[in-house]
Design a protein around this ligand. Structure first.
Ligand code: ADP
Length: 222
């Protein structure tokens, strides 16, 4: 599904974060990126979604080279969902509106259809009773779960979660990961993880260190 070769990223201040990242991520895999803080995990995920422009290398998604000038970036982004570290909920919209605005305005779904799906996903993350709440009325962990539900509304072939399960307790996290697997069967999910309890459940772990992937394998293998 995703083939990353010799990926490099140097920020404009001269900081070289990704030196030579090579990775193959299969369709349907649930994988985790781990590594010390500041090592470039977020940068790597943002490069995959072209929120950062890589300084070199190639990223092939579904047979298409993301960095080719001919590639329609907006179209490729449609294939990817992203949950940000800072949640990025619209603070002036209710939780239900936060979930429905994308599918209704961008994907042309009916409001009724979007609301039904939103309720399913809110139940999945254990927050159905918050449908009419505003983001300011929720805790950090609850906002995180809402932002996961919102990303799932898009049903994208690739879902990227930037540090998105760390603000919830381990039991809730386990439930969310199980639900993610069920909801995203056959689709690729990539997340940054910190806890052993998270990475134990992954199909594959990528260990990022000193600007490259120094180990790749299952929890047992590593
Ligand atoms: P991680 O997710 O592993 O904690 P990040 O990818 O967030 O690491 O950051 C890697 C390094 O790049 C850090 O030193 C960080 O300060 C730096 N960095 C991140 N974003 C930028 C940016 N936009 N401009 C300059 N440096 C950045």
């Amino acid at each position: 599904m995703i083939q990353v070769s010799h990926l490099k990223k140097t920020y404009s201040n001269g900081l070289q974060v990704l030196r030579d990242v090579n990775a193959t991520i299969g369709r349907g895999e649930v994988i985790s990126i781990i590594g010390p803080s500041g090592t470039g995990k977020s940068t790597f995920l943002r490069c995959l979604n072209l929120l950062e422009s890589p300084s070199g290398g190639s990223i092939i998604v579904d047979g298409q080279d993301l960095l080719s000038k001919k590639t329609d970036v907006a179209k490729m982004r449609q294939k990817m969902g992203m949950v940000f570290q800072s949640f990025n909920l619209f603070n002036h919209l209710s939780i239900m509106d936060n979930l429905c605005i994308g599918p209704v305005k961008l994907l042309g779904k009916s409001r009724k259809e979007a609301e039904e799906r939103a309720m399913e996903l809110l139940s999945m993350v254990g927050l159905a009773e918050k449908a009419n709440a505003m983001p300011s009325q929720l805790s950090g962990g609850q906002k995180q779960r809402i932002s996961i539900a919102r990303a799932l509304m898009k049903d994208a072939p690739v879902l990227i979660l930037d540090d998105s399960v760390s603000a919830v307790d381990t039991k809730t996290e386990r439930n969310i990961l199980q639900s993610l697997r069920k909801e995203r069967k056959g689709k690729t999910t990539i997340l940054i993880a910190h806890r052993i309890s998270t990475i134990e459940q992954m199909d594959k772990i990528l260990f990022l260190e000193d600007g490259s992937l120094t180990a790749v394998g299952t929890h047992q293998q590593l």
